[in-house]
Structures are given as structure tokens and as C-alpha cells.
Design a protein around this ligand. Structure first.
Ligand SMILES: Cc1cn([C@H]2C[C@H](O)[C@@H](COP(=O)(O)OP(=O)(O)O[C@H]3O[C@@H](C)C(=O)[C@@H](O)[C@H]3O)O2)c(=O)[nH]c1=O
Length: 182
């Protein structure tokens, strides 16, 4: 597994070692020992999630607060997304900045998103199957987020105007300037 740093501390791109042969391929999509040795981070993930979405869907930007804050390790097994992680750690030198990485079934890249970030993705292919590990459990009462098209964050989701598909819940998310930290 290769680790690439991003412009934001602790937010990492992981590239697994893929074994190709006449049958197809094999790779370890997660190995706690390798993950911890290579990143120096805890690999104690406790929940795995999977979602399926069509072209133009934007899910995000989401986080959980307080005791239910979550780090995430995200990847794609079908299609391609633009995955976005925004640093909202108070006092961080990159506060308000984001990492945007294309993750696809083809490139098999994974993004590690630490606690203290809001996260989302846009669907660039016809459909997408999106898988991720979380280091803390889902807790509805702890959910927070930022509206995807916030003008301060200025994220290019690579979806043409009018083609975005956003949940009713996500359309109600607040601007970045109103994000409550906790
Ligand atoms: C996230 C989550 C949702 N749910 C339920 C709540 C709801 O009825 C249904 C769909 O939830 P949502 O609309 O929040 O799903 P979604 O918009 O896909 O939410 C996800 O978005 C990405 C960007 C993330 O970073 C994730 O952490 C998560 O917030 O699934 C769970 O039961 N467990 C979970 O862990």
C-alpha cells in the first residue's frame, strides 16, 4: 500500500497493492496492521457503510459532532466520484480548505478523512457504489453538515449546473459560516 499526502495534514490518499493475474485481480482493501504501520493512525473502524447513487448526485457535506465524531476511509467499487473533505478543525492552518480526489473502481484509490472534517462526494459516472469504514457509530442526533454549494468553500463538484441531485435533507444544510463546532 502506498500513502500519498494531500495538501491537508492527516488527510491521506491510499493506493493498495493490486495483484493481477490471468483470472483477474486481488487486493487487500483493508488490513488493520498495514494501515496502522503505514499511516501511524488508529485503524479501529467499527462500522462499514455502502451507498449507491446515479450521475449528478451530490451527498454531503456531512460530519458527526462531539463524542460521535467519525474518521472515514472511503472508496469506490463501481463507477467514479469526486470525493471532497473539508478541514473544519478549529485552529487548523488549513481551516476551510478542501481536498478533492477522483476515486474510482478503476484507480482503486482510498481517501482517509480524519475526524474534524465535513465530507461529501459527487457522482461522475452513470452509477456509483460507494463503500466506507467509520471509526465511530452512526448517531442521528450528532449529525451536522454544510451546504454543498457554499460560496466560501467554493467547491467545484464537476457536475454541470442543473444536473445536480441533492436530498431534501442536504438542501437544508447551513452555510459554512454558521457551522457549530463541538
Ligand atoms: C449515515 C447513516 C445513515 N443511516 C440512515 C439514515 C437515513 O434514513 C438513511 C440515509 O441517510 P443519509 O441521507 O444521511 O445518507 P448519506 O447522505 O449517504 O450520508 C452519508 O453521506 C456521506 C457523504 C458521508 O460522509 C457519510 O458519513 C454519511 O453522512 O440511512 C443509517 O442508518 N446509518 C448511517 O450510518
Amino acid at each position: 500500500m502506498e500513502i500519498t499526502e494531500t495538501g491537508i495534514k492527516d488527510c491521506l490518499i491510499l493506493k493498495p497493492r493490486v495483484f493481477d493475474d490471468a483470472r483477474g485481480y486481488f487486493f487487500e482493501s483493508f488490513n488493520q496492521q498495514t494501515f496502522e504501520d503505514k499511516t501511524g493512525l488508529s485503524g479501529a473502524f467499527v462500522q462499514d457503510n455502502q451507498s449507491y447513487s446515479s450521475y449528478g448526485v451530490i451527498r454531503g457535506l456531512h460530519a458527526q459532532t462531539g463524542a460521535f465524531a467519525q474518521a472515514k476511509l472511503v472508496r469506490v467499487t463501481k463507477g467514479e466520484v469526486l470525493d471532497v473533505a473539508v478541514d473544519v478543525r478549529p485552529g487548523s492552518p488549513t481551516y476551510g480548505q478542501h481536498v478533492a480526489v477522483r476515486l474510482s473502481a478503476e484507480n482503486k484509490l482510498q481517501l482517509y478523512i480524519p475526524r474534524g472534517f465535513v465530507h461529501g462526494f459527487s457522482v461522475l459516472s452513470e452509477t456509483v457504489e460507494f463503500l466506507y469504514k467509520c471509526d465511530n457509530f452512526y448517531n442521528k442526533a450528532s449529525e451536522t453538515g454544510v451546504i454543498y454549494n457554499d460560496t466560501d468553500l467554493n467547491i467545484d463538484w464537476l457536475i454541470p449546473a442543473g444536473m445536480e441531485s441533492i436530498s431534501e435533507k442536504d438542501m437544508l444544510l447551513k452555510p459554512f459560516a454558521e457551522l457549530q463546532h463541538g
